[in-house]
Design a protein around this ligand. Structure first.
Ligand code: IMP
Length: 210
């Protein structure tokens, strides 16, 4: 069984729908998010942490909204901004801008404790080496657990909130004339950042041990 690590019911609903109930189960664990501008580094370290806690194969999903007219903000700070400002105020910030285009990005990180071939060199090695150096420690080369990353992106535009579905920033993210909150989760999965990352993950996972 594969554990999908999230405290967000919206993410697990979409992942279950994509991968099937028999493939994944919910692991309601709030992994500590490292301080980093890199969503890949955040997801990779989250997956290692969750795997160390659970000892079973895990997938972590770190997502963010990048508004082009705000130089990519809130990006890795998306959950903080949603919690502190709320989506209505994010719309108020973006409304006066000339460029309201944006993208959602999802990074999925898989870890099962095995040093699988397909894993690239841990993407966050430099970040962790720098953090270790500033703490007067050195990074043990044989310690990092292998993590495989899958990235999905979708472009759209920030609009006034519309729709009752989805979660998070969905009501203010428009793609092809509908906000994500106006789509069913099947429709959202077919074109969203998460759906695209899930498609890449599912394809790799199916052939992983063959
Ligand atoms: P995190 O990946 O849980 O850190 O999520 C970052 C922020 O993006 C949170 O505020 C989520 O609610 C929001 N978010 C993540 N995925 C989606 C999505 O698919 N649609 C809308 N908002 C999302």
């Amino acid at each position: 069984m594969l554990y999908y690590v999230t405290t967000n019911p919206g993410k697990i609903r979409e992942a279950r729908q994509y991968l099937g109930d028999e493939t994944i189960t919910d692991y309601d664990y709030d992994y500590p998010e490292i301080q980093s501008e890199s969503m890949k580094a955040i997801a990779a370290e989250g997956a290692r942490d969750a795997y160390r806690k659970l000892g079973e194969p895990v997938v972590v999903d770190d997502s963010g909204l990048f508004v082009n007219g705000l130089e990519g903000f809130p990006g890795p700070y998306s959950s903080y901004v949603e919690e502190k400002l709320g989506i209505e105020r994010v719309w108020n910030l973006v409304e006066p801008l000339d460029d309201r285009t944006a993208s959602f990005r999802c990074v999925m990180a898989y870890c099962d404790g095995d040093p699988f071939e397909a894993s690239p060199d841990p993407v966050d090695k430099d970040d962790r080496a720098a953090a270790a150096a500033s703490a007067g420690e050195s990074l043990e080369e044989d310690e990092p657990l292998a993590v495989k990353l899958f990235v999905g992106t979708v472009r759209g535009e920030i609009v006034a909130p519309r729709g009752d579905g989805g979660f998070g920033f969905d009501p203010i993210f428009e793609h092809d004339d509908s906000t994500f909150a106006e789509l069913t989760s099947e429709e959202k999965n077919a074109l969203s950042h998460r759906g695209r990352a899930l498609a890449k993950f599912a394809e790799w996972y199916e052939t992983k041990d063959s």
